[in-house]
Design a binder for this molecule. Structure first.
Ligand code: FA5
Ligand code: MG
Length: 458
């Protein structure tokens, strides 16, 4: 579904990563600059803000109930990333415009859920008596370019299962889960949660397998556990903020606002997302839900029910440290890294932002025919996806692109051709981008658009 063809980025026959070789085929769309992130492991680097965030959240999911893990190698099969999780074959997440493929059967994982089935299977052997886990890993997505999106980011996934012992009724199973719910500390923060736990169309009960009361118990435990994570983050962030204040300065701390919204994932039902009000807007921090029973049945634990969640570590770290730009996490600049070297939660002190500059690029997309029939003819244009633009900019500009926005779009009334105009904000975290430098990179972007997509520049 993408106009950006793999063979244009890869003239090699295979991609080599850590001694493994992946044959290139027509699905391949992973450029070298993306592969170069694989061995960075910044979430394991001592005192990196992602490492501190990871540890803080892990402390909310302690042993012996939970084991805390990481999965440093990001290449998985399409089966792990999609099939076993029940992604339908036409799910947009599978498309080459959203996902980095090594080849038809191999991807850079797009979420930590790619490991769910493996972890459940591990729990089935029950060597360590753990009833839940967290796992942190780098994940990869072809996505927008802006201050809260980066093609490589980190997720923490977590799950908690309860065994339904032989002969246990649904009511007894619910009671067992509620007993654990009651052990969770109460946080006292008001949470917006207007929807019923299940909804027949939007958020159905898996009625073949679960009772309503059982799912309500699982949901209560899930929601309280995750609210406690956000409250903990908020308390730590507030402490860091007041420590940063000079004596006598008034602290204008906004009260914490969180809300639950209904969501959809192929591998949970019912499902929700948790949002936090931050800098004037609702920020989605995680997705979660009651695990599909088929998945548990297929993963060696048919006798258990439970919940799973997946959260964006950068999103939480941005709240925790007040870090304004997601690119900073990849920075080796001592002005960034040294702020966290004590291993404490501190409020990030922004260092001077270098000026940047905007450049626009406008172009006509390939048309099927010049005659203006509108419909695409033989050999007609491939659809152009926003993410193709993002990929070209990432390839030419690297981290020098702060954001990329579509600013104009129209269809010529006579020829039926489509024109697009993108605005690229070139701004480096390391130095002032001169006009000449921006022009040079921008020229590369323009050339790539012509060579790789076949556009006509305007
Ligand atoms: C998922 O990835 C699901 N696997 C989560 C899940 C796990 C649901 C287990 C149910 C059970 P989603 O695509 O919404 O869902 O991503 C989860 C979180 O990752 C988001 O809430 C957000 O915090 C973060 N995230 C998503 N895309 C980006 C991005 N491009 N950059 C930074 N963070 C992102
Ligand atoms: Mg989401």
């Amino acid at each position: 579904h993408s106009a950006l063809d793999s063979t244009q980025l890869h003239d090699r026959k295979a991609t080599k990563v850590d001694g493994n070789s992946y044959a290139v085929d027509k699905w391949t769309n992973t450029p070298p600059h993306i592969l170069s992130h694989i061995n960075r492991h910044i979430y394991l680097q001592p005192n990196h803000p992602l490492d501190l965030t990871r540890r803080l959240i892990e402390s909310q999911f302690p042993g012996p109930v939970y084991g805390n893990y990481s999965e440093p190698f990001p290449i998985v099969t399409t089966e792990q990333n999609f099939d076993v999780l029940g992604f339908p074959s036409d799910h947009p997440g599978r498309s080459r415009s959203d996902t980095y493929y090594l080849n038809e059967k191999t991807v850079l994982r797009t979420h930590t859920s790619a490991h769910q089935a493996d972890y459940f299977r591990r729990m089935s052997s029950n060597e360590n008596q753990e009833e839940g886990y967290t796992v942190v890993a780098d994940v990869y997505r072809r996505d927008a370019i802006d201050r809260s999106h980066y093609p490589v980011f980190h997720q923490m996934e977590g799950a908690r299962l309860w065994k339904r012992h032989e002969g246990m009724s649904a009511a007894e199973s619910a009671a067992q889960i509620l007993k654990d719910f009651e052990k969770l500390p109460a946080h006292g923060v008001e949470v917006e949660d207007p929807n019923p736990v299940t909804h027949p169309e939007r958020n159905p009960l898996q009625s073949q397998f679960h009772s309503q009361e059982e799912v309500e118990a699982v949901a209560a435990h899930l929601k309280r556990s995750l609210e406690n994570v956000v409250v903990k983050i908020f308390i730590e962030a507030s402490k860091a903020t007041s420590n940063a204040m000079k004596a006598g300065e008034e602290q204008l701390q906004e009260p914490l606002k969180i809300r639950w919204v209904e969501a959809y994932f192929p591998f949970t039902s019912p499902s929700w997302e948790l949002e936090v009000f931050w800098q004037g807007d609702w920020l989605e921090v995680l997705g979660c839900g009651v695990i599909k029973q088929e998945l548990l049945n297929n993963s060696g634990v048919p006798d258990r029910v439970g919940w799973a969640f997946g959260l964006g570590l950068e999103r939480i770290a941005m709240l925790l440290f007040n870090i304004p730009d997601i690119r900073l996490f990849w920075s080796a600049d001592p002005r960034f890294i040294n702020q966290f070297r004590e291993g404490k939660i501190v409020r990030f002190q922004p260092f001077s932002k270098y000026p940047g500059c905007y450049k626009d690029v406008a172009f006509w997309l390939q048309s099927a025919t010049a005659s203006g029939t509108g419909a695409s003819a033989a050999g007609g244009a491939m659809p152009f996806h926003d993410n193709d633009m993002m990929e070209i900019v990432r390839d030419c500009a690297g981290d020098m692109a702060e954001d990329v926005k579509l600013v104009d779009e129209f269809v010529h009334p006579k020829t039926g051709r489509k024109s697009l105009c993108y605005r690229i904000n070139y701004r480096s975290l390391k130095h002032t981008v001169t006009n000449e430098e921006a022009n040079e990179v921008h020229e590369k972007v323009r050339k790539s658009l012509v060579e790789l997509i076949g556009v006509e520049l305007r």
